[in-house]
Structure formats: C-alpha cells, structure tokens
Design a protein around this ligand. Structure first.
Ligand code: 13P
Ligand code: SF4
Length: 315
C-alpha cells in the first residue's frame, strides 16, 4: 500500500507518463482541487475537455460531467475514478419518463441542463449549464415554446428572468434543496453585513433573499470583485476552497442543511472521488466512460450548439 504522502507524487508521475490531464469540479475536496490541472464549473470543464492536448482525461467530478467530456472528444480515453459518482438531479429524469413528457408537450424546443444522462441529452435540442442557462434560452426566438429539464428551481429562475413560455420538468438536486432558510437568517443576524450568495438550484425562498445568484464560477468571481468581507454561501461548500485561495482575508460561511444532523449540504456523489481512487484509476486506466456511438452522435449536437453560443457570447 502506498503512503498518502507519496500519492500526489505518484499521480504526478503517471500523469506525465500517460499524457493525462486531471479536471476537477469546484465541489471536489480541497486536496483534489490542489492537484488538478484545471478546476472549474460544468461549462468551463466542458470547454477544457474539448480543447487540450492530453490523451487521457481523468474527471474528478460526477458521471454526467465525464460523459459530456467523452461526447465532446470521443477519441480520447475518459476516466471516472468511481462510477457511482452520480447526481440526484440527473437521476430525477429518466429517459422513458422524459419521452412521455415530450410527447405530452408537443411542439416545444427541448432545453436540458447538463446535469442529465447522455440518453436525455440525445433527446434534447440544446444543452445549458448554470453559467449560461439564461443566455441559451434568450438565444432562441422570442415566441419559441420551450421544455426545460430537469431542475425545477433553475427552470423557475430562468422562467422569471426571461419571461419565456417554458414548461418545467419536476426534478431537483437533493443538496441544493436542503439549504435552510432559517439557517441563513440566523447567520445574517450574526453577521448583518454578510452577502447571501446562492446557486440557482436552490429553492425559491432562498433565491428570494439572495444578494447574488449564479453558477459556482460566478459566485466565485462575485466574491473576488465585490467589496464585502463576509459571505453566506448557499451551494456545495467545496467552492469555498477557491474563494479562500482568491481572498484569504474574507469570511465564507456555508449554509447549514434543514436537517442539522444529516451533513447533506455536501454532495455525497462528488465526495466519492478521493485521491487514492484517482491514483488507482490513473494507474489501471479504469473505470473508463464508454458510450454507444449513436448516443455520442445524437448527444453531441445539442452540446456543441451550447458550446458555440457560449463561445460567441464570450462565456
Ligand atoms: P455548476 O454549473 O455551477 O458547475 O453546477 C454544477 C452542479 O452540479 C451544481 O450542483
Ligand atoms: Fe448533482 Fe446536486 Fe451533486 Fe450537483 S450537487 S452533482 S446537482 S447531486
């Protein structure tokens, strides 16, 4: 068994030998973010996956993110250190149920959030992430009728921002729906000058009291540019690592979950990835993401459509 202290060095060696790149989401543990070649939100990670010179992409994140990378660069080997790293939001939208929903809501453009299986993406017209959801909806003709899936909170947020005709799939993320409004109010009483920053996957009451709403990367850049000193952070607390790196003197307070005993403000799927699993995965080059060619072709179109719009808008 390899000592913990050597693992980082071994990962470094393997990464070089195999010409591999490690991409990590902001919700990964601090030590994983620190060894990654690139840390970002869903959109930035997709953009990085699509443009790099590595032969192997090791994804420190969840399955839908690794699948999106594979769809964008099918010729590359994409590794996910634990195939159980799923997503409750992606799981809340199964292909057979979604086909029925599309059938019941005919004539609508299908916009799906990237937090979905490859099969759902293959049924979609265009994909979005939390960084570009509003811009993707606004890129469609004004009178276009839309289906938005799977996140009801992001869907509701986008509907209110754009005023478009949108029917929304009733899915949600178990982490973001757990943030406690009372917990935020208590923190605000203790730190009256704190700004409340919120991911759009949170429920409406939490969004309503936010000073700023945005994707993980926009929450991070908000704390970098804003001149307050204290932030109440309503998203997975992994992001706080980068906030502290950028501005160590500021204070970042994670919002507690509604059930104070459950520890469920952390994404248990994201946290399945560990440094040890990254080492074993890079060494053995398994588990590897494998997708049917047909799915890669069908899911690739709506993803690339999103990437092109994002690039044009400089996102
Ligand atoms: P981002 O788009 O901000 O990376 O969010 C991804 C996610 O899974 C949020 O729960
Ligand atoms: Fe999925 Fe929620 Fe985890 Fe994000 S935080 S990966 S939406 S379960």
């Amino acid at each position: 068994m390899i000592a913990n202290t050597d693992i980082t060095a071994e990962i470094g060696k393997l990464r070089k030998e195999k010409n591999a790149i490690i991409l990590a989401h902001y919700y990964q543990t601090d030590n994983i973010q620190d060894i990654a070649d690139f840390v970002g939100d869903s959109l930035a990670l997709s953009q990085k996956a699509a443009s790099n010179n590595a032969d192997i992409i090791l994804f420190a994140g969840v399955k839908f993110m690794a699948e999106t990378a594979k769809i964008l660069v099918p010729e590359k080997k994409v590794l996910l250190p634990d195939m159980n790293a799923g997503c409750s939001l992606a799981d809340s939208c199964k292909a057979d149920d979604f086909k029925k929903f599309i059938y019941e809501n005919p004539g609508r453009t299908i916009v799906t959030y990237v937090n979905t299986s490859a099969e759902i993406k293959a049924l979609s017209d265009i994909i979005c992430t939390s960084s570009n959801a509003i811009q993707i909806i606004e890129s469609l003709p004004v009178n276009e009728k839309i289906i938005f899936a799977p996140d009801r909170n992001l869907g509701n947020y986008v509907l209110n921002k754009t005023g478009r005709d949108i029917v929304i799939w009733n899915g949600s993320c178990h982490v973001h729906e757990e943030f406690s409004l009372e917990g935020i109010i208590k923190l605000k009483e203790m730190y009256p000058k704190a700004k409340v920053i919120v991911h759009p996957e949170c429920e409406m009451p939490v969004r309503l009291i936010a000073d700023f709403i945005g994707s993980t990367s926009s929450l991070l850049s908000f704390t970098e540019k804003d001149n307050s000193n204290v932030y109440i952070v309503a998203t997975e607390p992994g992001i706080i690592h980068q906030m502290k790196n950028a501005n160590p003197k500021k204070m970042y307070l994670p919002v507690p979950p509604k059930d104070s005993t459950c520890g469920c403000s952390e994404c248990n799927f994201m946290k399945l990835i560990t440094i040890e699993k990254i080492y074993r995965c890079l060494k053995s080059e398994t588990p590897e993401i494998k997708l049917d060619n047909d799915i890669i072709i069908k899911a690739g179109k709506p993803i690339r459509r999103m990437m092109e719009i994002s690039e044009k808008l400089g996102l």
